[in-house]
Every structure is written in structure tokens, then in C-alpha cells.
Design a protein around this ligand. Structure first.
Ligand SMILES: Cc1cc2nc3c(=O)[nH]c(=O)nc-3n(C[C@H](O)[C@H](O)[C@H](O)COP(=O)(O)OP(=O)(O)OC[C@H]3O[C@@H](n4cnc5c(N)ncnc54)[C@H](O)[C@@H]3O)c2cc1C
Length: 456
């Protein structure tokens, strides 16, 4: 039975937000700034920042380059001044920067920009940010400006552009910064245990959500529940096939201080290596000298025993997990062509990080059509972190039933045939099941520099 039309919460309403990642915290913060006296409670199964949340990481890309997805381009432009403001705030506290504007260097192959890169430049210029774009139309122009990438250029990554209004965020730092802002604004937190882990919603009269039941059996009543549970969402509630958890392999390197300084620090931007077709991207060294590389592609599934939905499998329950063996081989092959320096290094750390992947690559931030008093704020599809300073204001507009281009774009919709986001052209049928067959986890000795190199 469809629920009655959504009613926004009244002044003083009690609001439970489940999930203390970037979507949940940003929402809690935005709602705490309202002069409506909301009583806001955030529940998280882990201690915030949750070690296995998608938002907890050494870095994520911040970019306004979104092909023809103008809504995200605009949202990223709105987030930029807040990132810069947060930098001032953390600097004053003596903490590492949360936003590092190193620029993003996007490589393409065969002397031609694919649609994603071409449309990104066109639309960024159209929005008045053309001064941030520098094109490198020839192999020589790339090498002259970025000699570290001469192997990539020699191997066909021979056209590129730099967006100077881009870079990387220290995402764990941003989560902690926002968590502290929420605490100062009176948000109540419940975390790190069965008392804070959602088991199920309390639902009455066939669809009225009255609150949540936690794993310890306790009931917590509220006027509105917001599920911001990232990749865990599809297991917690029926999302009608709009969402699935997909796992993505990430690798870290820890070069020695000299290599780090000479190679991965000085004038080293965030880079992408033909992201539309290959998916690879990487970062300069962070404040701890760690270098991360990841791949925005189809990802892996980890199906529940009932075979109905994919759920995150993380180091919280499986501390010895590494990355899938076939991803390891593909990474080493790619590095051989793009950044051979990385093949001289052991993989110091690896992880499978989980997207809450929507069928169309767009967020799903909406009242759930089958329930009253329930909003889902999810479907990040692997590109939500850059919006942590701003997404909560947009989620608060969904809470308060404001009609605008964002709330319309992310409203509930049926899972159609689907498309991926503008820079992910791989099909969903490429997905393998994590930990099985060629996607078995790599053994620790296989993470050493020479283990795979010898076989390439
Ligand atoms: C490999 C990888 C690379 C990425 N790269 C980028 C990038 O470069 N740029 C970018 O903008 N974005 C990137 N993203 C996407 C970004 O990380 C996500 O969009 C963002 O972190 C999503 O935030 P979230 O709050 O929805 O989910 P999460 O951060 O995962 O938070 C969900 C929270 O819900 C909690 N939770 C789950 N179940 C329960 C329960 N039952 N009870 C209580 N709490 C619960 C979890 O503990 C967690 O804290 C990347 C993601 C991955 C995986």
C-alpha cells in the first residue's frame, strides 16, 4: 500500500539519523542549524569515524568535472568555498588540511578526449570556471609540465587537461571535523555497539515508521527516521531493486621519504588514467607519506546467504581481507604502463571499499514510497564524499519538503534499465563475486613489489 503524502516534521520533532558517515553527519549538522528546535540523534554501529565506512579514508577526489551531469558540477562548485573555509578552521586547530587543492590531471589516450572529459571542460567553461582549466594537447606539453608522467605519455596517455580548482580531501579528517561541529550544536550520538546498531524499523499500521529497534532489542521512538546507512542500506530496507552494494579495491603504498618527496609530493596532482574506459585514479602522498590508487569501475558483489542482496564485506568482520587477486593483477599491469615507479613498491595496505550503487548513478534522497516518516539518503554511487560540506543542506530540503532541482533529481524512481554515471562506462554485468574464483583475496606475499611483476 503506498504511504500517505510525506509530511515534514514539526518544530521540536525528534529525528533519528541512522549512519554517521558523510551523508548522515552532514544532514545532522544542517538540521542542527535550523531554528526549529529539532531533537537530533545519530546512531552508528561503529565508533565514528567508522573504520569501514566509505567516508573513512585517507583521501577522496574533490572535482567539479562531471561531464554533462550539471547538477553535480554545480553542487561541487557550491561545496568548494566551504572546503576552503574548513581548511581555515582545521588550520587554527593545528590539524592536517581537510582539502588539498593540488589540481586534478585527467589523462586520455589516442590524442582524443572522450565525452566525459570533453563535456566536463565545456560545461566548466560555461559555468564561468574556464580559468581553472589548462589543456595539454600534445605529449610534449604534458611531459614538459609533469615529467613524472613521461612513461604514461610514452605508453599512449598522450592528451590531458588539468583542473586547478580540484584536488583531494582528507575524508576521515572531514568526518571528524563535522562530527565535532555536530557535537557543539547539541546533536546526540549513539555509537559503537549493539545499542546503536539498527536491527529494524518500528512500523505500525502497515507503513507508519515510529522509530528504530536496535540489535540489543531496545526501541527508540522518533517523529522521523533518516536512513543514511551507505552501502548497508539495501540489506536494511527494501529498496525495490534501485540499489546494490558494490565493492571496489583500493591500494596504498608507503614509499621511502626520498622517493615520496621527489616523486609523489612536489607538483604532483591527483590524476586519472583514462577514467571513462579504464577507471584508474590516484593521489599525491598524504601527510603520512601514503600514496593511494583506486579504480572507479563495476566493482564486486558480496551476496547474502539468501542470494537477494549484496552487502559490504569489510575488515571489521574479516580483518585479514586484502584485495581481489584479479584486481591486483590488473593494478600491476596498469602501473607498468602508467606509473612504473609504483611497481617498485610493496602494497602497504589494501581494502575493499563499498559504494551504495544506485541503478543510474544518481543519489536517492527521498521519502520512501512505502512508509511514512522515513527518508532514505543514500545511493552515493562512489562519488558522494566531495559533497560532505553541502549535501546535508540538500538532504534537509528533502526533510522539509522543499521542491527544487536537487530534490527532484534525487527523488524516488523505479529501477529502469539503468546507466552508470558519466565517467563509468563499464556494464554492471562485469561484476564478479568477491572472494570467489579469480576474485579470491590476494595472499600477503602477493602484495610484494616483485611477486606479480615477475609474471607480467
Ligand atoms: C573506493 C571508493 C572510492 C571513492 N572515491 C570517491 C572520490 O574520489 N570522491 C568522492 O566524492 N567520493 C568517493 N567515494 C564515495 C564516497 O566515499 C561516498 O559517496 C560517501 O562516503 C558515502 O557516504 P555515506 O554516509 O552514504 O556512507 P558511509 O560513509 O559508508 O556511512 C554509512 C554509515 O552507516 C553506518 N551503518 C550502516 N549500517 C548501520 C546500522 N545497521 N546501524 C547503524 N549504523 C549503520 C556505518 O557504520 C557507516 O558509518 C568513494 C567510495 C569508495 C568506496
Amino acid at each position: 500500500m503506498p504511504a500517505a503524502p510525506y509530511q515534514p516534521p514539526k518544530n521540536g520533532a525528534k529525528i533519528i539519523i541512522v549512519g554517521g558517515g558523510s551523508f548522515g553527519l552532514s544532514t545532522a549538522h544542517a538540521l542542527s542549524l535550523k531554528a526549529k528546535g529539532y531533537d537530533i540523534h545519530v546512531y552508528d554501529r561503529e565508533k565514528i569515524p567508522a573504520s569501514d565506512a566509505a567516508s573513512t579514508d585517507i583521501n577522496k577526489i574533490v572535482r567539479m568535472d562531471y561531464g554533462d551531469d550539471l547538477i553535480y558540477q554545480q553542487l561541487a562548485c557550491e561545496a568548494l568555498p566551504i572546503w576552503r573555509q574548513w581548511n581555515e578552521e582545521v588550520k587554527a586547530e593545528g590539524k592536517p588540511l581537510v582539502y588539498n587543492e593540488t589540481g586534478l590531471l585527467l589523462f586520455s589516450r589516442n590524442g582524443k578526449f572522450p565525452d566525459y572529459e570533453r563535456l566536463s571542460m565545456q560545461n566548466i567553461r560555461g559555468a564561468g570556471y574556464g580559468h581553472a582549466i589548462e589543456e595539454f594537447p600534445t605529449p610534449e606539453s604534458i611531459v614538459e609540465r609533469f615529467p613524472q608522467f613521461s612513461d604514461a605519455v610514452a605508453n599512449g596517455f598522450n592528451i590531458a587537461y588539468l583542473n586547478k580548482y580540484a584536488g583531494w580531501c582528507y575524508s576521515t579528517g572531514a568526518v571528524v571535523h563535522l562530527y565535532e561541529k555536530c557535537l557543539r550544536n547539541g546533536v546526540q550520538f549513539h555509537q559503537n555497539g549493539s545499542h546503536s546498531t539498527l536491527k529494524e524499523l518500528i512500523v505500525e499500521n502497515g507503513g507508519q515508521v515510529k522509530g528504530i529497534r536496535t540489535v540489543d532489542g531496545q526501541e527508540h521512538f522518533a517523529d522521523l527516521v533518516i536512513l543514511a546507512t551507505g552501502a548497508w542500506t539495501a540489506k536494511l530496507i527494501d529498496m525495490e531493486g534501485t540499489l546494490t552494494a558494490t565493492g571496489h579495491a583500493v591500494v596504498h603504498f608507503k614509499p621511502d621519504a626520498e622517493t615520496c618527496e621527489n616523486y609523489f609530493t612536489k607538483d604532483f596532482p591527483v590524476w586519472s588514467g583514462d577514467i571513462s574506459y579504464l577507471g584508474y585514479y590516484g593521489f599525491p602522498a598524504n601527510h603520512e607519506g601514503k600514496v593511494k590508487v583506486a579504480c572507479h569501475a563495476a566493482g564486486y558483489l558480496n551476496m547474502c546467504e539468501d542470494g537477494k542482496v549484496s552487502v559490504p564485506r569489510t575488515k571489521v568482520a574479516n580483518p585479514d581481507d586484502t584485495l581481489p587477486h584479479n584486481s591486483l593483477i590488473e593494478y600491476r599491469e596498469f602501473f607498468g604502463k602508467f606509473l612504473p615507479k609504483l611497481n617498485e613498491l610493496d602494497i602497504a595496505d589494501s581494502r575493499v571499499c563499498w559504494y551504495s550503487d544506485s541503478f543510474d548513478g544518481d543519489f536517492i534522497i527521498s521519502p520512501h514510497p512505502k512508509y511514512q516518516n522515513l527518508i532514505v539518503a543514500t545511493g552515493d554511487s562512489g562519488h558522494g564524499m566531495k559533497f560532505i560540506p553541502i549535501i546535508g543542506y540538500k538532504i534537509a530540503q528533502v526533510v522539509e519538503a522543499v521542491d527544487n532541482e536537487y530534490t527532484r533529481a534525487w527523488a524516488w524512481r523505479s529501477a529502469g534499465k539503468g546507466r552508470l554515471d558519466s565517467m563509468r562506462l563499464l556494464t554492471k554485468t562485469d561484476r564478479q563475486e568477491l572472494g570467489k574464483g579469480i576474485a579470491r583475496f590476494a595472499k600477503p606475499e602477493e602484495l610484494k613489489a616483485n611477486a606479480i611483476k615477475a609474471k607480467l
